[in-house]
Design a protein around this ligand. Sequence first.
Ligand SMILES: *[C@@H]1O[C@H](CO)[C@@H](O)[C@H](O)[C@H]1NC(C)=O
Ligand SMILES: *[C@@H]1O[C@H](CO)[C@@H](O)[C@H](O)[C@H]1NC(C)=O
Length: 201
Amino acid sequence: MPPRKLIHHSRPRTNPLVWCAAILCTIISIAVIITGIVVFIGYLIIHPRVPVISVINANLDRMLYDPAGLLETQITIVVRMKNDNQKAHASFSETKLSLLFDGLTIAILRADPFDVRKNSSVDFNYVVQSNPIPLDPEQQELVDMSLKEDRITFVLKGSARARWRIGPLGSVKFWSHLNCQLRFHPLNGTWIPSRCSSKAK
Ligand SMILES: *[C@@H]1O[C@H](CO)[C@@H](O)[C@H](O)[C@H]1NC(C)=O
Ligand SMILES: *[C@@H]1O[C@H](CO)[C@@H](O)[C@H](O)[C@H]1NC(C)=O
């Protein structure tokens, strides 16, 4: 009978520092999970919706076109800032929209920071007056053609920064972008309504 071998397994001793690290990691993981759950529930309750910028009305009040190539316009644009959130006020800041004609910025529309209550909207009535703007020959041709066809196109684009305060969790920030065409009948100044909204279709 072969002699039995005595096998002694000595378990490696765990360093107390490793224990500390493991406990710390566990606590941090639990904290992260709890924070995630709280934010997720907050999100479900508040259900933040991105505020929407849209043009609800416009009018080409005046359009002077001088054969020397100077274009002067006055356009009224009614911009609606809508906060669809049922449970959070929205604060808007850095609102800046540019009005362009054939890539040429003719005016800038701004708004001071403002608040929109829950489930409501604020309308801004902009009367945008441009200084006489010199056009290059190609742009002059474009204006001639627009007058002939009784249809002129401007572009309105820009953005606003929106923020919702979500109780003790802080706030959510978001940029709303607008980029659309504004078309008018230059002979009577009527707006040709078309969709102009920051909301994705
Ligand atoms: C939000 O506004 C819409 C239309 O203005 C209204 O029909 C709706 O009842 C409002 N919801 C709440 C929760 O106030
Ligand atoms: C302006 O002119 C267009 C095209 O001729 C016409 O369709 C539109 O009804 C006119 N608008 C007004 C307010 O007269």
